[in-house]
Design a protein around this ligand. Structure first.
Ligand SMILES: [Zn+2]
Length: 236
């Protein structure tokens, strides 16, 4: 974790620093090596949040776009199980940055827990994902709009889409460039999305404003897209 609690403050890991887990109160050790980003680890035990994944520089880069007091926010479910949100804004929107593979059921469970939320997925983890995704976009239906191209992609055409299409909230795929690809809407087997600057995604999260939508946009549809919108359960 990036933060531990010490003397009522949230402090970052530095060599020799001491702190407690803001979630469970356990003693933490500052791990300040060269292999991984400096972080706090629970002393001699597993992480209290079993959803927690080891942080990468990618996680940190995203988190660092936001105020420290929005980062690593603890919540408990109705069974008292503890989970720590990567980002929770002052408007109670949760953003999770996901690097490692997450199966659909797990992704849905976490979405329900954190809702309202959206996901940012590290799409560079598997080398084949970017070429696979780009190929899927080539075969997609292209809808030019005044605001840019909207892609209507068959979810089976891209592994990332297959994995994430069922969460029912916005997913931003980060291919390591200045733009993310925003999975904005789903109808049946089709996913609608667009490239969007990362900086603007950060601004929307920071300001609590909604990302551009497709449903109310000027998408020049060639066939009715209305059916199916409702069941997406779009919550953001
Ligand atoms: Zn803990």
């Amino acid at each position: 974790m990036k933060f531990a609690a010490a003397d009522g403050e949230r402090i970052e890991a530095t060599p020799g620093a001491k702190g407690e887990c803001p979630g469970c109160g356990a003693e933490m050790v500052a791990r300040c090596g060269t292999q991984r980003v400096w972080h706090w680890a629970h002393r001699g035990r597993r992480h209290c949040d079993h959803w927690w994944e080891n942080e990468t520089q990618w996680h940190r880069d995203w988190k660092n776009h936001f105020p420290a007091d929005w980062q690593e926010i603890t919540a408990r479910d109705e069974h008292g199980e503890l989970h720590i949100a990567d980002i929770k804004t002052d408007k109670d929107l949760v953003v999770e940055f996901q690097h490692s593979f997450l199966n659909r059921e797990e992704a849905q469970k976490r979405t329900q827990f954190h809702n309202p939320m959206f996901w940012v997925v590290d799409a560079t983890r598997r080398a084949t994902d970017a070429p696979n995704f780009i190929e899927a976009l080539e075969y997609a239906r292209h809808h030019p709009t005044p605001d840019g191209m909207v892609y209507e992609v068959n979810m089976r055409a891209a592994r990332l889409l297959k994995e994430w299409v069922t969460v029912g909230v916005i997913v931003a795929f980060d291919f390591g460039t200045d733009d993310v690809w925003v999975l904005r809407r789903v109808h049946g087997d089709w996913v609608l999305g667009f490239f969007y600057p990362k900086a603007k995604v950060v601004a929307h999260i920071s300001e609590g404003t909604v990302l551009p939508d497709i449903l109310y946009g000027k998408l020049p549809v060639r066939r009715p897209l209305a059916r199916g919108w409702k069941r997406v359960g779009q919550r953001f």
